[in-house]
Design a protein around this ligand. Structure first.
Ligand SMILES: [Fe+2]
Ligand SMILES: [Fe+2]
Length: 214
């Protein structure tokens, strides 16, 4: 189904690497403690799973709302950014030799289903979904930034950690832009708004909890 979707995808993947800090050269974080290394692995695993999910949520919404000429380019723009986020974490995962979440097939089906279902309901429901997802992800990235700033300064502020921090900062800002876009495009008019947004937030928080561990 996803390979079929990829063929449908007309989005040209834009590479935004110029606005990220330069990629560090040399050996991979030899100076990190085992606890810091474990945290780094956890961050990259959960963020790769999250960005994979975000890519597929927007893919589902784009497909379900492909008849809506007004909202299509808005979703397309956010989707392109999510594709870039996903590719970045894919590359980090390979570079640091971190296994993906074992629940990846579940994330794929669940995310695409959630995007398609909310898009199928209407534009407002799709935007409420985006509002809920980006609220959770914005907080999640802020939490990671706090740990990467406060717990990685004891002589272990390696180029890898600096690079990861700057990457997460850029992505956090883009997620918050998506949140603003969703609100600007009538997320609050979705019905039933509270049920939709609170339900999706709970699903996202549970997915983050699981992807960090499994
Ligand atoms: Fe993202
Ligand atoms: Fe996003």
């Amino acid at each position: 189904m996803f390979s079929c979707l990829r063929r449908l995808q007309t989005v040209q993947i834009t590479r935004h690497s110029s606005y990220l800090a330069p990629k560090p050269a040399g050996p991979t974080h030899p100076e990190l403690s085992p606890a810091q290394r474990a945290y780094l692995e956890r961050v990259i695993r959960v963020d790769q799973a999250g960005e994979l999910g975000a890519d597929l949520i927007y893919a589902g919404q784009y497909l379900a709302l492909s008849h809506n000429k007004k909202v299509k380019p808005i979703i397309k723009h956010m989707w392109e950014q999510e594709i870039h986020h996903r590719q970045t974490f894919n590359a980090l995962q390979t570079e640091h030799r971190i296994r993906p979440s074992l629940l990846t097939p579940l994330w794929k089906v669940g995310a695409f289903g959630m995007g398609f279902a909310t898009g199928f309901m209407n534009k407002e429901a799709a935007m409420a979904c985006t509002e809920a997802v980006e609220t959770v992800i914005g907080k999640h990235y802020n939490q990671q930034l706090r740990v990467l700033t406060n717990n990685f300064h004891d002589g272990a502020d390696s180029p890898e950690i600096q690079h990861l921090r700057s990457t997460i900062k850029v992505f956090r800002d883009e997620e918050l832009e998506h949140l603003d876009t969703a609100i600007e495009h009538d997320a609050k008019k979705a019905r039933p708004y509270w049920l939709l947004t609170e339900g999706i937030k709970t699903v996202c928080k549970s997915a983050v909890f699981l992807a960090e561990r499994i």
